[in-house]
Design a protein around this ligand. Structure first.
Ligand code: 5GP
Length: 191
């Protein structure tokens, strides 16, 4: 029988480059990763695909999912709901897949309460100045939202202590290699 897969939480302030880092190894067959697609009420960014990047829903649909207990965790982040659909996560882990959640700090806290053995990783930027540059660089949102994301980023940076590993994304390949090593070691050995 397959060994149960890991539950991996990756957090980090918006703009830190989580997606770019994860893309480097998401399809590496050795790591047996499955990405948990979140549900959100925020509007899709250009190029984002429903069911791939997120399940894009309205507030009513999201609130129904909360009420029906369909979410492993959820939060409100700068005016929108984000949450992890429960369906799939356990099934995939029981099949031996390592399920990766890319979620923010409130969500991670909820996951740790329910699954204390979750492997938690926080990605930090090389500096807050660099983070601001990255957030502004990719933003399609109004200045008010950018400001809220920056304020939230500072708050999130105070939470690194509650994660098992903190990895700096100064160099994408290096950050990806470090996370790969962490995942491989946790696959081989129970810590
Ligand atoms: P963005 O709008 O930039 O895609 O995401 C904003 C923040 O929400 C990011 O920090 C992202 O990791 C987080 N996030 C995405 N999906 C979820 C989720 O399902 N639950 C929680 N708690 N946070 C999420």
């Amino acid at each position: 029988m397959n060994k149960k897969g890991l539950l991996i939480v990756v957090s980090g302030p918006s703009g830190v480059g989580k997606g770019t880092v994860l893309k480097q190894f998401m399809n590496d067959p050795e790591l047996k990763l499955s990405y948990s697609v979140s549900m959100t009420t925020r509007a899709p960014r250009p190029g984002e695909v429903d069911g791939v990047n997120y399940y894009f829903v309205n507030r009513e649909q999201f609130e129904k999912a909360i009420q029906e207990g369909d979410l492993l965790e959820w939060t409100e982040f700068v005016g929108n709901y984000y949450g992890t659909p429960l369906s799939g996560v356990e099934k995939l882990r029981n099949e031996g897949r390592n399920v990766l959640l890319e979620i923010e700090v409130n969500g991670c806290r909820q996951v740790k309460e329910k699954c204390p053995d979750a492997l938690t990783i926080f990605i930090v930027p090389p500096s807050m100045k660099e983070l601001e540059k990255r957030i502004r660089g990719r933003s399609t949102e109004p200045e008010e939202i950018v400001q809220q994301r920056l304020a939230k980023a500072s708050k999130e940076m105070e939470m690194t202590g509650s994660y098992r590993y903190v990895v700096c994304n100064d160099d994408v390949e290096l950050a990806a290699d470090i996370i790969k090593v962490i995942i491989k070691r946790h696959m081989e050995k129970d810590f």
